[in-house]
Design a binder for this molecule. Structure first.
Ligand code: AMP
Ligand code: GLY
Length: 426
């Protein structure tokens, strides 16, 4: 088997997917839409935006691709996988119906409750009055979490320390529409405490293959301070998840979710990403996502020893049970270099220098996200610009390599966290 693969997306996550697929024994050619300058160096990029479903389907058909891998959640929620399936193309990516596991938090809660998956206690509200009542009931005067129901690019969550803060967040979402329509329904949730872990699993609707656990750092500042972001750094593996806990996560969380969606007639067929809180009472699900995590993918795939092409082909064709359990080795630490101002408004267009040093550094990978070529130079073009990944036998070595590389890359306004993986190293 030699496949032609089309990857949809333009972030660090997709760069890592393309990088890993380029190492697959069953992949002969990779096309990416729209891609980015980093991906361009290893695959053909076609400038079609991820929400231009018509042109993406036409591209897949014209190029006679054997497999499409969909990176971001928006085209999944909009039905890109359904459209490709209808055109007879194998897809690693869920139907719009199954992608609701991410695109509607309230719907996902319903799945988890039905399947007996451990979660935070929560209530859903679509009016200010109901929301205020729910805050009082779940949180009393103390901490509580307020979440916009729809897709809000990872930013529609407020972890409020007390009732007044929660009420203000609720009012902003439901009355002032701070997140637009995504906030017309709001989920009010018990605040969980513990270590947060991301589990990326692949499923064809029945079989499940779990990848190595990783830990994202969502807050902007060192010491987990400041606003939530799309993720400022990540590492894998973590001592907080051993083989026994991974088994529990499989049996109590992943398997029940996969089974429930299959029984509902909307089977998953792609990545199931479980964002977990390891509480004193065991792992609980904070959220499910319907896609590879960003930046988790940038560290998990480089440590994966298995063949990603085979795995994703198994996902797309319902033959994942035939693909061996993936094995991971070593550790990886990823540091995000972000534009000054992110996650708020930020200027772009600043030249990026130092990437030429990376070619001579062992065990360092740089995945592009917010970059573009302008006048023959590489310049910044987004909030999260690069993920700089260090690899090593353990997290300490990987950490040191990542930061050595970070020190050599610069652009105006560059910001990054200097404490990625410190929790693990303490
Ligand atoms: P989400 O978009 O649901 O992943 O939430 C973003 C972040 O908010 C998570 O990564 C957590 O750090 C935090 N968070 C979400 N739900 C809870 C919860 N129930 N308890 C504590 N923290 C939470
Ligand atoms: N790392 C968070 C996410 O991909 O949603």
């Amino acid at each position: 088997m030699r496949m032609r693969v089309l990857v949809i997306g333009s972030g660090g996550r997709e760069h890592a997917v393309v990088w890993k697929l380029a190492r697959s024994a069953v992949v002969s050619e990779i096309v990416c839409a729209p891609g980015n300058p980093g991906i361009e160096a290893i695959a053909e990029c076609v400038p079609i935006p991820v929400m231009d479903l018509d042109r993406l389907v036409t591209l897949a058909v014209d190029r006679m691709v054997d497999l499409v891998v969909i990176g971001p959640e928006d085209p999944l929620a909009a039905g890109l996988a359904d459209r490709l399936t209808a055109s007879g193309i194998a897809v690693a990516g869920h139907s719009a119906a199954a992608a609701r596991i991410e695109s509607s938090k309230a719907w996902a809660k319903g799945v988890m409750t039905r399947a007996g998956i451990p979660i935070a206690r929560s209530l859903t509200a679509s009016s200010l009055a109901d929301g205020l009542r729910a805050i009082a009931e779940i949180g009393g005067d103390g901490p509580v979490v307020i979440k916009a129901d729809g897709l809000a690019a990872g930013k529609g969550v407020v972890v409020a320390g007390h009732r007044a803060e929660a009420d203000a967040a609720l009012t902003a979402m439901i009355q002032d529409r701070a997140f637009g329509a995504a906030g017309s329904t709001v989920v009010i949730e018990e605040r969980l405490t513990g270590q947060e872990v991301s589990i990326l699993a692949l499923t064809d609707g029945t079989a499940i293959r779990t990848l190595a656990p990783s830990c994202d750092h969502k807050r902007l500042g060192d010491g987990d301070t400041g606003p939530n972001t799309g993720g400022m750094g990540v590492y894998t593996p973590t001592r907080h998840v051993d083989a026994a806990l991974l088994r529990t996560i499989h049996d109590r969380i992943l398997e029940p979710a996969v089974r429930d969606l299959r029984e509902q007639g909307t089977p998953l067929r792609g990545v199931l990403y479980a964002g977990l809180m390891l509480t004193a009472d065991g792992p609980r699900v904070i959220e499910f996502n319907a896609r590879f995590g960003d930046p988790e993918t940038q560290v998990v795939l480089p440590t994966l020893q298995g063949d990603l092409g085979r795995l994703l082909h198994g996902v797309a064709t319902g033959t994942l049970a035939d693909v061996p359990e993936p094995v991971h080795s070593g550790a990886a630490v990823g540091v995000i270099l972000a534009s000054g101002g992110y996650p708020g408004p930020y200027p772009t267009g600043f030249p990026i220098s130092g990437l030429e040093h990376m070619e001579t550094m062992d065990d360092v990978l740089v995945f592009h996200a917010g970059t573009k070529r302008a006048g023959g130079r590489l310049v910044t073009a987004g909030g999260r610009v690069l993920t700089v990944v260090g690899l090593g036998g353990d997290v300490r070595v990987a950490h040191d390599r990542a930061y050595e590389a970070v020190a050599r890359i610069s652009f105006e306004g560059r910001q990054f966290r200097s404490d990625i993986a410190h929790r693990e190293l303490a």
